[in-house]
Design a protein around this ligand. Structure first.
Ligand SMILES: Nc1ncnc2c1ncn2[C@@H]1O[C@H](COP(=O)(O)OP(=O)(O)OP(=O)(O)O)[C@@H](O)[C@H]1O
Ligand SMILES: [Mg+2]
Length: 251
């Protein structure tokens, strides 16, 4: 395990993060920190590096440079399952559920990984948590259906329930959770996020183009452009910054 270094109060701290794909610099010296207990929005025009950032933090990609700290510990060289083991969950825009497995089985997957790491929770406790989460996201009635039968919005809800099965769950990264989702399901996603944040102290970093929705969830937003952080603060504060207007309107 990497030594603790440069500990700050932030749960997630990204320093000088960089990722290049051939000639494209997707993330270019990004500095970003998120405090424990926050719901933070991450916005920016198309191609500004938001998804790549989520992919770097969740260890889907290795960074070319920079550090990622989770509660003061370096995590940028860990593997995806190790990141999950530290309590970092994520959703994918294109769902990575197991289509032929049932809804309930999909939610139980993180608990299987937990058993591999030496289980602490009793099986009944795991099952009860799974059922409670499915109930919360309004999917308990579909628990025995194959996941491939779910709508896009229901699949997102299932991804969220699955992420919340991580024990402990500390940081939830979401990439466009509201894209193409029916308005009633959007409300359920929002309530689930707010519940997990309020009742379990889960910290969220949420990438979304849906400003009206994001604004109801996040009091602070970080704005990326060309792989860097260009503004941060309340929606009102960032909306009035010339660099933000230029990023969205210029180019
Ligand atoms: N796997 C990849 N291979 C090559 N180029 C990539 C890859 N992933 C991202 N890029 C490029 O990196 C840049 C940043 O992409 P990224 O997907 O992170 O942006 P984004 O902010 O999520 O955009 P959007 O809002 O459209 O989802 C873009 O120019 C993109 O084309
Ligand atoms: Mg993206």
């Amino acid at each position: 395990m990497s030594p603790t270094f440069g500990r700050t109060s932030a749960l997630l701290e990204i320093r000088g993060l960089a990722k290049r794909f051939g000639g494209v610099i997707a993330v270019d010296g990004l500095d970003l920190s998120v405090e424990a207990g926050e719901v933070r929005g991450l916005i920016g025009p198309n191609g500004s590096g938001k998804t790549t950032t989520i992919n770097l933090v969740s260890a889907l990609y290795r960074p070319d440079a920079g550090q990622v700290f989770l509660d003061g510990e370096r995590i940028e060289r860990l593997r995806p399952h190790e990141i999950a083991g530290r309590g970092v969950a994520r959703t994918f825009q294109i769902s990575k559920l197991f289509g032929n497995m049932t809804v309930l089985e999909n939610v139980l997957v993180p608990a299987l990984a937990e058993l591999d790491r030496g289980a602490r929770r009793a099986p009944e406790q795991i099952r009860e948590r799974a059922r409670r989460l499915l109930d919360l996201v309004l999917l308990d009635g579909l628990r025995d259906a194959p996941a491939k039968e779910l709508s896009g919005g229901q699949s997102m809800l299932l991804q969220i329930a699955r992420g919340l099965m991580l024990q402990p769950i500390r940081l939830f990264l979401m990439d466009e959770p509201f894209a193409g989702v029916h308005p009633t399901i959007k409300d359920t996603i929002m309530e689930t996020i707010l519940n997990a944040n309020r009742d379990e102290g889960v910290t969220f970093l949420i990438v979304s183009h849906e400003m009206a929705t994001l604004r109801r969830l996040a009091s602070r937003v970080s704005v990326m452009h060309e792989g860097r952080l260009i503004a941060e603060g309340s929606f009102e504060a960032v909306a009035n910054q010339p660099a933000v207007l230029e990023a969205y309107l210029g180019g």
